[in-house]
Design a protein around this ligand. Structure first.
Ligand code: PLP
Length: 401
C-alpha cells in the first residue's frame, strides 16, 4: 500500500534511541531486577487536590465539547501567569494543547515546511527530531559543547545558520544536560535571531525545576516578543504528565493563524482537564518545590558517589530531572557503556547518543528513583568502569542496539 512521506520520515526515529530502555523493560518483564534510570517520569504523585478537582469537574458535567483556544478559565489563568512576565499578554496570545509535545508539533507545523531548516542544540530532547521531520523541514544541529557545559554559544549558532533557517528551537532548562541559559546568553542568541529574522520556539517545560539560577527566557525580552513562542505544560511542574495538559504562548497574529490548525487537529480539549489545569496554575502547590529539592539532592548524591572514580565525570545539572555522565575515560562510548551496564549490572541508563552526537561520550541518568537505589546504581556504575579499565582491551558485546 502507499503512504504519505511523513510515515517514511518518522519510521526509524523511535527505535534506535530507545533500544537500551526497551531491552531493560524486556529483561524486567522476564524477572530481572533492573534499576531503571532511563525515562523522566516524576516520582512524586500528582497533588490530590488536582485529582479531586478533575473528578469534581467531570461529575459537574464538564464533559462537553470545548473550543480550539482553550476553556476561558484556564486561558485566564495562563494570561495571569504570563502577564506577570510580560504585561502585554492577553487571551489572544494563548493556545491550549494536550501537552508540550503537541504544542511543539502544532507550532512547528505552523512555522516550517519542506525546504526550511530548524536550528536546534545538539544534544536535544529525543522527540524534537521527529517534530521537525514531520513538517518536512530539516534539522540544523548547533553543537552544544561539553567544555561550555552544553550552553549554546552565540558563535556556534551564527556558524550553523543557513539561508533556509527559519526557527531556533531552544530548551531551557535543557533535557538531557540540565543547562539553564542566562539572560545574557539569551540576549546574545536573540540578537542573532533578530538579525536573521528567525522565530524562537522555547520549550520551558522544566521552568519550575531550576535549582539555583534565576530563570531566563527570550519571551521576557520586549525586543524578542514578536518572534518568540513558549511551549510548556503541567507535566513536570505538577507531576501530571498523564493529564496531557499544556499550551503555547506567542504573538497574537501567530496564535490566530495557528488556531485553525489546532482546531483541525484537536477540536478542543477536555473541560475537566482544563479546570484542573486552571487550579494547578492559579493556586500554590508544593509539588515543584518537592521535586526541585529531591532532584538536586540526588544529582549531588550522584556527584558524591562518583567522586572517587576518575573514569566517570558527572556534570552537575542546573535544573531538570536528569544528570549526564561522561564515560569516555573508560574507553567506551556512552552507547557501549550503557549496554554493558545493563548486561553486567542490571542498571538501565540512556546512551547520550540517543540525544545527539555531542553527547556520544555520555550517558543520561534519570533522577526519579529513591536515593538509596540511585546510590546502588552509581556504585555499580563505578564497579563496571573499574573492571573495564582493568581489562584494558575492548570487550565483546553480548547485547547491542
Ligand atoms: C524537553 C522536553 N520537552 C517536552 C517534553 C514533553 O512534555 P509534555 O508531557 O508536556 O508533552 C519533555 C518530556 O520529557 C521534555 O523533556
Amino acid at each position: 500500500m502507499r503512504y504519505a512521506s511523513i510515515t517514511d520520515r518518522l519510521e526509524h526515529l523511535g527505535s534506535g534511541k530507545w533500544a537500551v530502555h526497551l531491552e531493560a523493560r524486556r529483561m524486567a518483564a522476564a524477572g530481572a531486577p533492573i534499576i531503571e534510570l532511563t525515562i523522566g517520569e516524576p516520582d512524586v504523585p500528582t497533588d490530590p487536590a488536582l485529582l479531586a478537582e478533575c473528578a469534581r469537574s467531570m461529575h459537574a458535567g464538564r464533559t462537553r465539547y470545548s473550543n480550539g483556544r482553550g476553556e476561558p478559565g484556564v486561558v485566564a489563568a495562563l494570561v495571569a501567569k504570563y502577564a506577570r512576565r510580560r504585561p502585554d499578554i492577553d487571551e489572544h496570545n494563548i493556545l491550549c494543547f494536550p501537552g508540550t509535545q503537541t504544542a511543539l508539533f502544532a507550532v512547528m507545523l505552523g512555522l516550517v515546511e519542506s525546504g526550511d531548516g530548524v536550528l536546534v542544540g545538539d544534544p536535544l530532547y529525543a522527540t524534537y527530531e521527529g517534530v521537525i521531520a514531520s513538517t518536512g523541514a530539516h534539522m540544523i544541529p548547533v553543537p552544544l559543547r561539553p567544555e561550555k557545559d552544553f550552553h549554546m554559544q552565540a558563535e556556534d549558532l551564527e556558524k550553523a545558520i543557513t539561508p533556509n533557517a527559519r526557527v531556533l528551537l531552544l530548551n531551557t532548562p535543557h533535557n538531557p544536560t540540565g543547562a539553564v541559559l542566562s539572560r545574557d546568553e539569551i540576549a546574545r542568541l536573540g540578537e542573532i535571531c533578530r538579525r536573521h529574522d528567525l522565530w524562537i520556539v522555547c520549550d520551558e517545560v522544566y521552568e519550575e525545576l531550576i535549582f539555583d539560577k534565576p530563570f531566563a527566557s527570550p519571551f521576557d525580552s520586549p525586543e524578542l516578543a514578536e518572534r518568540t513562542i513558549v511551549v510548556s505544560s503541567i507535566s513536570k511542574s505538577h507531576a501530571a504528565p498523564g493529564f496531557r495538559s499544556g499550551w503555547a504562548v506567542g504573538p497574537a497574529e501567530f496564535c490566530d493563524k495557528l488556531l485553525p490548525v489546532s482546531e483541525t487537529m484537536l477540536f478542543g480539549g477536555q473541560p475537566f482537564i482544563a479546570d484542573m489545569t486552571e487550579m494547578a496554575i492559579s493556586q500554590p502547590f508544593q509539588t515543584a518545590a518537592i521535586m526541585r529539592q529531591k532532584y538536586r539532592t540526588r544529582a549531588e548524591l550522584v556527584c558524591k558517589t562518583l567522586a572517587g572514580s576518575n573514569l566517570l565525570q558527572p556534570l552537575m545539572p542546573e535544573g531538570g530531572m536528569f544528570i549526564v555522565i561522561d564515560v569516555s575515560a573508560t574507553g567506551l562510548s556512552g552507547d557501549a557503556f550503557a549496554w554493558d551496564l545493563l548486561k553486567d549490572e542490571q542498571v538501565a541508563v540512556m546512551p547520550g547518543a540517543s540525544f545527539g552526537e555531542q553527547a556520544a561520550d555520555y550517558v543520561r541518568v534519570s533522577l526519579t528513583v529513591d536515593d538509596a537505589l540511585l546510590v546502588t546504581a552509581m556504585e555499580r556504575m563505578v564497579a563496571l568502569a573499574g573492571r573495564i579499565a582493568a581489562e584494558g582491551a575492548p570487550r565483546p558485546r553480548s547485547l547491542s542496539a
